[in-house]
Design a protein around this ligand. Structure first.
Ligand code: DAH
Length: 376
């Protein structure tokens, strides 16, 4: 059959036209600089109306043997173009991803910005943490009692009957209309001492607890706030005596204030729930002429810091313990006072003003442990 009989539009007969097409598409693919551009090329070559597709459509009009060769050649070309597009696609996608990752990368070595609202631990919370840490290291555990107490636990069981004049010393908040059967009213606890009673009633000796917590009295001036904090201590067994009490408080005071030679002194006193009773003084130096700060240490002067004594037999009896078999000591201290002395905070009332500037100044950065004695 003569060459000329072939339809012109379908011509590409030699493989030369396919080579040219291949070169043309290879150049276009290599030049495509975006996935969108590459997609356009794919459509123009292999799409429904693409040039390769168009050529495929002309195969039917070719004589069988030519159709076979040309079909095979077109298929090869089609695959080659598709492969070139895929390869280029991968390069463009990889480059785009790398650029995106570079753009979005986070420098984890960068120092964090200082937070605008960094919180502080209130000096009372900090002080309670320190008290608990020291007493825990001495074998004490922490006991708790309710802020709203019955008169029985707050006074009666502590050897303070209603007729007792010492009740008036603690300006009590009574809860109106709270009288129980038997006339027992509810009060906001005036001291943490009722936790002694609750503990002795709940567990058998040996007992070794501290009870830090809120206490309430109807008072407000330079040195009193209606709510304040105390820490109570109680040790009960069959042999603990006043020497243990003094050694325990001496070790505690030295650890808490971080002063190795801080002296303590027991001054005879009276509390209804202890016998004998003592006031605890620690060594100090007062500022001369009212100038400067009070300094704690072995300077010859004394400062009262709490009360203590041997638990009164009546209190043991009230808790079902035989005073001939069991004995022990108790102590109580004001937590605000301890915090003021340790951290040089001059005014008690500021503790509860909720003034953020005060808290920034006197508060503690969480995880900061200021007393080196407590570290490690
Ligand atoms: N509860 C006493 C008060 O609030 C403090 C106190 C003194 C507690 C002597 C005690 C103690 O346990 O033995 O003034």
């Amino acid at each position: 059959m003569a060459e000329a009989a072939r339809p012109v539009e379908n011509t590409p007969i030699s493989s030369g036209d396919l080579d040219a097409l291949k070169t043309e598409f290879a150049a276009a693919v290599a030049a495509a600089d975006s996935i969108a551009a590459l997609d356009d090329i794919r459509v123009s070559a292999l799409g429904k109306k693409g040039r390769i597709t168009d050529m495929m459509k002309t195969l039917g009009s070719l004589p069988p043997d030519e159709r076979k060769n040309r079909g095979a050649a077109l298929n090869v070309l089609k695959d080659e173009i598709a492969a070139a597009i895929d390869a280029r696609h991968k390069i463009l996608a990889d480059t785009a991803l790398a650029e995106k990752l570079a753009r979005e990368s986070i420098d984890v070595t960068l120092a964090p910005r200082p937070a605008a609202n960094d919180g502080r631990v209130h000096p009372i919370s900090q002080t309670i943490d320190e008290l608990v840490t020291i007493f825990a290291s001495m074998g004490f555990s922490v006991a708790k009692g309710p802020d709203i107490e019955s008169e029985y636990y707050n006074f009666e069981a502590l050897n303070l009957p209603s007729s007792h004049p010492a009740r008036d010393m603690q300006a009590t908040f009574f809860l109106p209309g709270s009288a129980q059967a038997g006339g027992d009213k509810m009060v906001l606890r005036t001291q943490t001492s009722p936790v002694q009673i609750r503990t002795m009633k709940a567990q058998k000796p040996p007992i070794r607890i501290i009870a830090p917590g809120r206490t309430y009295r109807c008072d407000y001036d330079m040195t009193h706030t209606p709510m304040f904090h105390q820490i109570e201590g109680l040790v009960i067994d069959q042999s603990t005596h006043m020497g243990h009490l003094k050694g325990c408080l001496l070790d505690f005071m030295r650890a808490f204030f971080g002063i190795d030679d801080l002296p303590i002194r027991f001054r005879p006193s009276y509390f209804p729930f202890t016998e004998p009773s003592a006031e605890i003084d620690i060594g100090c130096k007062r500022p001369k002429g009212g100038k400067g700060e009070l300094k704690l240490g072995n300077y010859g002067d004394w400062l009262e810091i709490g009360g203590c004594g041997m638990v009164h037999p009546n209190v043991l009896r009230n808790c079902g313990l035989d005073p001939d078999a069991y004995q022990g000591f108790a102590f109580g201290m004001g937590i605000e006072r301890m915090a003021m002395l340790k951290y040089g905070i001059p005014d008690l009332r500021t503790f509860f003003d909720a003034d953020l500037r005060w808290l920034k100044h006197y508060g503690f950065v969480p995880l900061d442990i200021p007393n080196p004695a407590l570290k490690g």
